[in-house]
Design a protein around this ligand. Structure first.
Ligand code: COA
Ligand code: ZN
Length: 309
């Protein structure tokens, strides 16, 4: 068992990290089994009880593109909001934004990519077209006080093109910030990043973007996600996306297995003496609940090591 350190964090690390739980969206969207709306709601409520300040609850995308998210409005309207938790809804365009607002969304995320091939597969737009589509969305959101996040997928590599230039990531980041998003999440959609790429991409971004507005989003496809997180924290990042149980992947990125598992991340952070405000045992309870509905074991190494305890 890891010891929860009463000492301060290791040198150079932030005292506190905000973990953004993306399991209900990034996780579930990739699951073949259709999950009942009531079970999605119960899953989000369990995650709320664990204490997350930010949960990405669902997405208002085309139901033809992602059938699992067709019940987004019912999910968002059905959850019991916890004071202190921000529930984010992913939207690809104005239609999604209007649906999200009608369902009561107070926070949204728009998403594009650092590479053209992935943008085309994922949202059927060029990067420039996607930014044009987001402009009215972010404007409308800001006009009514809705918090906004911008995702940059494939920031460390593209499944079809391979390498992605850090300057391309910076370019998209600058355009999203110009639109007025509150926070950027820089994503390794296919889990190819190693600390070398992290140093290159974040090193460049941090010269232009305040760390307080930058989140990192790693997938653990090749087992490098926690190494990437540690370096990111040492570089000044304090917002990290993760998915309970390690659920997820991306239906538009072949063989992109799970997101970094929230449990694995919390185990590391807490042992380093970093506060998150999140209760690991309650995350485990949420992951076990949803695993029972999915019919397969979660990928989280922490969960596997813990067995039935
Ligand atoms: N919500 C619901 N329906 C939507 C929608 C939304 N946000 N946006 C578009 N649609 C509908 C349109 O009304 C249209 O329906 P119709 O054929 O019945 O008239 C249909 O979807 C096609 O619309 P179009 O504007 O031509 O979009 P497209 O087919 O080029 O798809 C996206 C573009 C962005 C809507 C679609 O690719 C998408 O939703 N992608 C999301 C992928 C995703 O969630 N990825 C997760 C990150 S890994
Ligand atoms: Zn992801």
């Amino acid at each position: 068992m890891g010891s929860i350190s009463s000492r301060g964090p290791l040198g150079g690390l932030p005292r506190r990290v905000r973990v953004v739980e993306v399991g209900p969206r990034d996780g579930l969207q990739n699951e073949a089994a259709r999950i009942a709306t009531a079970d999605k709601i119960a899953y989000v409520d369990l995650l709320s009880a664990a204490g997350f300040a930010t949960i990405e609850a669902t997405s208002f995308v085309s139901p033809r593109a992602v059938p699992q998210m067709a019940d987004a409005a019912e999910v968002l309207a059905g959850i019991a909001p916890r004071p202190g938790t921000r529930y984010v809804a992913l939207v690809p365009n104005m239609k999604g934004f209007e649906r999200a607002v009608a369902a009561g969304a107070r926070a949204i995320a728009v998403f594009t990519a650092a590479s053209e091939s992935f943008a085309r597969r994922n949202i059927n737009m060029t990067i420039a077209e996607s930014l044009d589509a987001f402009r009215p969305v972010v404007e409308a959101a800001r006009g009514v006080g809705i918090w906004t996040r911008g995702y940059i997928s494939t920031a460390f590599g593209d499944p079809f093109e391979g390498a992605v230039a850090p300057s391309a990531v910076l370019d998209v980041a600058g355009r999203l910030l110009d639109l007025g998003v509150d926070e950027l999440s820089v994503g390794d959609t296919i889990g190819v990043a190693t600390p070398r790429g992290v140093e290159e991409v974040l090193g460049l971004l941090l010269r232009h973007v305040p760390a307080a507005r930058l989140a990192v989003h790693y997938h653990d496809t090749r087992g490098t996600a926690l190494a990437n997180v540690l370096l990111s924290l040492q570089m000044g990042i304090s917002i990290v996306d993760a998915s309970s149980g390690g659920l997820g992947g991306c239906p538009f990125a072949p063989n992109a297995t799970g997101n970094l598992a929230t449990e694995d991340l919390l185990y590391l952070l807490h042992d380093l003496g970093i506060e998150t405000g999140v209760d690991l045992d309650q995350v485990v309870a949420a992951s076990r609940f949803i695993a029972g509905k999915l019919g397969h074991a979660p990928a989280s190494r922490y969960l596997q090591a813990r067995g039935a305890a």
